[in-house]
Every structure is written in C-alpha cells, then in structure tokens.
Design a protein around this ligand. Structure first.
Ligand SMILES: Nc1nc2c(ncn2[C@@H]2O[C@H](COP(=O)(O)OP(=O)(O)OP(=O)(O)O)[C@@H](O)[C@H]2O)c(=O)[nH]1
Ligand SMILES: [Mg+2]
Length: 309
C-alpha cells in the first residue's frame, strides 16, 4: 500500500506502511508536512496520555500495564498506540532495547501499535517530531495514544505535558519530594504514581508528595498520588481510574478547552521549530563565510534570512 492511499483512507492502514509514514514525518522529509497536515485535519478524537518521570522509575512497565487497562476499556477493538520518546545515543541503545522487551507483552496484538521516536539529529528535535507523530496517529483514528518520555530535560517534560492527561512516575524512596518539585513535576502532574511500592519507603514518598501538592496554589483538580508495583500490576487499576476521573473532570469543568489549546500550541510550536531549523540549515556557505569574516553578524543575517522566507 502506498502512503498517499493510507492518508486518504486510514481504515485501510497496515502497520508497516504507517511505520514508514511516521519515519517520513519524524525526519521532516519532503512532502511529509502535507501528509501530517491532512491527518491533523482528520484528528482530534484521540485521548492522549503523557507518562514521564525519573529514569528507571518503571514508566515503561506501567505503560505496558495501562495498555491492558485501555484494551479492557475498549472492547470495541479501538486501537491503542504507544510512543516511546527515547533520546539515548544509538551507541548505548540500552533503553530502547529495554522498552522493546517490556512492551513485548503486546507484540502480536493487532490492536496495539508501538513506535519509538529516537530524536537523533532530526529536524527540530523531539519537541517538533513527537507532536507531529501524535497528530498523525490521532488522524489515523487511534483511540488512545500514550507517550512515554524520561523527565530529564525540558523538551521531554514539555512533550509529556502536551497531552490531555499527564502521569508522573517516581520510584518510592527516590530522593525526596523536593527533587520532584525541582524537576517541575508538581506543576505538570495530573496523576502522580509512586512506583516500586514494594519498598518500605513508599508510604513516606506518597505522604511527602501529598503534602507538597497541598501547599501549591488552589486548583480545580488535585492530582491523586497512587502507589503501584508496576511489575506485579498492583495499583494499576487505581491509576487507570485516576486517569478516567481526570478525563471526566476535564470534560465537566470545561478545562478540556484550555488543554486542547495548550496541545495545539505545542504542536504549532513544534511546526515552527522544524521550519526555522530547516531555514537555518539552508543558509548558503557564502553567507556563513561572511559571518566568519565578520562582514555581517548572525542577528542581521537571521532577520534577513527569515524575512526572505
Ligand atoms: N521492585 C520493583 N521493580 C520495578 C517495578 N516496576 C518496574 N521495576 C523494574 O525497574 C526497572 C526499570 O523499569 P522500566 O519500566 O524500564 O523503567 P522506565 O522508567 O521506563 O526506565 P527508562 O525508560 O529507562 O527511564 C526494570 O528492571 C523493572 O523491572 C516495581 O514496581 N517494583
Ligand atoms: Mg522506559
């Protein structure tokens, strides 16, 4: 099947062609903007879930469990996509392999589609390509899209928070709640998960987070703090319930409109960044030479280059 046919009629999709399409979008290949643009117009129906948190906290293990919850919630065979944003170097590759193994629970299930976004030197980086991938999957008719990112670095955190519901996963005993506040997690969490609750320190971590969340400004939704043992599935049903409650809250309070606006803004920002990055890459060597010779400066040249587009 070719990609134009796929975009025209997503119901005919096969996952191999979809995978090729997503690679074109991720690379910002010629023509990929037109494809994702068309899919964007067809989208707006998916529920998106961002999952972020500390490295090794158990995010992938939890996501894999949440896929089971989502499958149960969709007996209509609606499809579920998992996007794992993995900016690790191709030479270590460990995390990607780890994710593949944990997500192996769902390999062979035609209802589930997995994608990893590697963000290695791609146009505009992960803040540009991840929203485009999500928009494409949404346009494809996926009912649930889960995006996992490591919560290290602003771009990773931003990508996970540009979703309808953001789940922050920390492991029990991981530093203290203050670390979590420093990482900016308190502001973005709609649901807080304290994983590895098989450790004795879990109760303290839960209590610390709860009290930190209470000191914050008054807000219409207070993030619940849910202990889990993701490897055994303990607490996963409570996390799924918290996600459902948050979705109900968004709909009933009208906060969904602001959330959709924030997601649209993040997607636009990614599109702008990708465009600016391609403009920067296209600057001629002669112009660069003028910078080196100091006959012009980067700021004057930037204004001229952007104005010329
Ligand atoms: N003891 C214990 N170990 C867990 C639990 N959940 C996950 N693990 C283990 O913790 C390790 C990391 O789990 P992952 O799910 O890969 O964690 P992650 O947050 O996705 O890791 P990165 O994506 O590399 O940041 C694995 O060895 C898991 O088996 C848990 O509830 N208890
Ligand atoms: Mg992971």
């Amino acid at each position: 099947m070719n990609i134009d046919d796929l975009v025209a009629d997503p119901s005919m999709s096969d996952d191999r062609t979809l995978g090729r399409l997503l690679s074109l979008i991720e690379d910002g290949a010629d023509g990929s903007h037109g494809l994702v643009a068309q899919l964007y117009l067809q989208g707006g129906t998916a529920s998106t879930l961002g999952v972020t948190g500390t490295p090794g906290a158990g995010k992938s293990t939890l996501v894999s469990q949440l896929v089971f919850s989502a499958l149960e919630a969709h007996p209509d065979h609606a499809r579920i996509a998992v996007v794992a944003v993995d900016p690790t170097s191709p030479f270590t590759g460990g995390a990607i392999l780890g994710d593949r193994i944990r997500m192996g629970d769902h390999s062979g299930n035609v209802q589930v589609f997995m994608r990893s976004v590697a963000n290695r030197g791609h146009l505009g980086g992960l803040a540009a390509s991840t929203p485009a991938i999500v928009a494409a999957l949404d346009g494809f008719g996926f009912a649930e899209i889960m995006v996992e990112t490591v919560g290290v670095g602003q771009a990773e955190v931003d990508v996970a928070s540009a979703c309808h519901t953001t789940v922050v996963v920390v492991s029990a005993g991981w530093g203290d709640a203050v670390q979590s506040a420093k990482a900016g997690f308190l502001e973005i969490a709609d649901v807080y998960v304290v994983n590895k609750a098989d450790r004795q320190t879990a109760d303290q971590t839960v209590a610390d987070l709860q009290s930190m969340l209470e000191i914050g400004p008054e807000r219409s939704w207070t993030p619940p703090v849910v202990p889990t043992v993701a490897t055994d599935g303990v607490g996963v049903a409570a996390v799924w319930d918290a996600i459902k409650n948050h979705r109900t809250h968004l709909a009933q309070s009208g906060d969904i409109n602001a959330r959709n606006g924030a997601i649209a803004r993040a997607t636009l920002k990614g599109a702008i960044e990708a465009r600016v990055s391609s403009v920067a890459d296209a600057v001629a060597d002669e112009d660069i030479e003028r910078l080196v010779l100091r006959t012009t400066d980067p700021w004057t040249l930037a204004a001229a280059v952007v104005a010329a587009r």
